[in-house]
Design a protein. Structure first.
Ligand SMILES: NC(=O)c1ccc[n+]([C@@H]2O[C@H](COP(=O)([O-])OP(=O)(O)OC[C@H]3O[C@@H](n4cnc5c(N)ncnc54)[C@H](OP(=O)(O)O)[C@@H]3O)[C@@H](O)[C@H]2O)c1
Length: 264
């Protein structure tokens, strides 16, 4: 398996690091980027991979091409790639570069896949969504799942769903971090140090995530913590009176509308 990684940024490194950890001795990874040779060289040394100054010269040897370059570079990238392809699987992780776009800009019959990872890919803890194009075979699908597993967990969705759920898997971590910042501020107001507040909030979120991961529904866990008429119920009432659920729904909607460049 010969993988050409176009881009050498944070997301490319997440994939490279996860793939190297799979310890597949038959896998050759070649990395290429735009201008930053030092960064490319650092990845080569850290992960024992190969590099290419001009990716056009090595496309022919690749079985799989993964683009972790910015979305804006894709039109040109696919233009340059098209005459060099001979059936390789092409994957992109670029926001908004869906399989419809890929199939329209690559030669007819090219197997394509659009993966939307999230920032936790750096810790191999991404919740990624993905969609495959029309020409992806069952063999390609195994390769795609191996690549997805390198950065965490994954779920196959329709193209529309990948667009719409990026707010939940990709942007909502920022909503959660805002929630944590607010709790840290509240904690500091009661006299603990910022470091203590950070520890209290981080461990609380990690413990709550572990409870969710053990299979309990969020509503069940919420009810476990909430004695009717008790103090947690008083706090939850403030959130409910401020339409917390609707507010989250509106944040998801605004994210999607912005991502699609429309307001409706
Ligand atoms: N970071 C995330 O959490 C996240 C989540 C979901 C999706 N993504 C997607 O992942 C992609 C990369 O994100 P990132 O955070 O890794 O960005 P990044 O750290 O800025 O890295 C971008 C990389 O792309 C290279 N590049 C730029 N133009 C290129 C071109 N024309 N040909 C080849 N390489 C080119 C850059 O090379 P130079 O440094 O040499 O310019 C750099 O190595 C983006 O498309 C983004 O939408 C990222």
């Amino acid at each position: 398996m010969n993988i050409l990684m176009i881009g050498a940024g944070r997301m490319a490194e997440a994939f490279i690091s996860g793939l190297r950890e799979q310890k597949n001795e038959n896998m050759i990874i070649t990395v290429t980027n735009h201008t930053d040779q030092d960064r490319r060289r650092a990845l080569v040394e850290k992960y024992g991979i190969q590099e290419a100054n001009d990716w056009r010269l090595v496309v022919g040897e690749a079985d799989v091409i993964i683009s972790a370059a910015p979305p804006s570079s894709h039109e040109r990238l696919f233009q340059d790639l098209s005459p060099l392809l001979n059936g390789q699987l092409v994957i992109t992780v670029a926001a908004g570069i869906d399989t419809t776009f890929m199939q329209a800009h690559l030669p007819e019959g090219t197997p394509v896949c659009w993966i939307m990872p999230n920032t936790a890919a750096q810790l191999q803890a991404s919740m990624s969504t993905f969609v495959c194009g029309h020409f992806v075979s069952s063999e390609h699908r195994l390769v795609i799942e191996m690549i997805l597993a390198a950065i965490g967990d994954y779920e196959e969705l329709t193209e529309e769903q990948v667009h719409d759920l990026t707010a939940v898997t990709g942007s909502a971590p920022a909503f959660l971090y805002l929630f944590c910042e607010s709790l840290e501020k509240a904690a500091v107001r009661y006299g603990v140090s910022p470091e203590q507040a950070r520890k209290l909030v981080t461990k609380m979120v990690a413990g709550s995530a572990a409870m969710l991961k053990s299979g309990h529904a969020p509503s069940e866990l919420r009810e476990q913590v909430t004695t009717p008429g008790g103090s947690t119920a008083a706090g939850l009432m403030v959130l409910e009176e401020a339409n917390f659920s609707e507010l989250i729904g509106a944040a998801v909607k605004a994210t999607n509308e912005h991502a699609r460049g429309r307001k409706n």
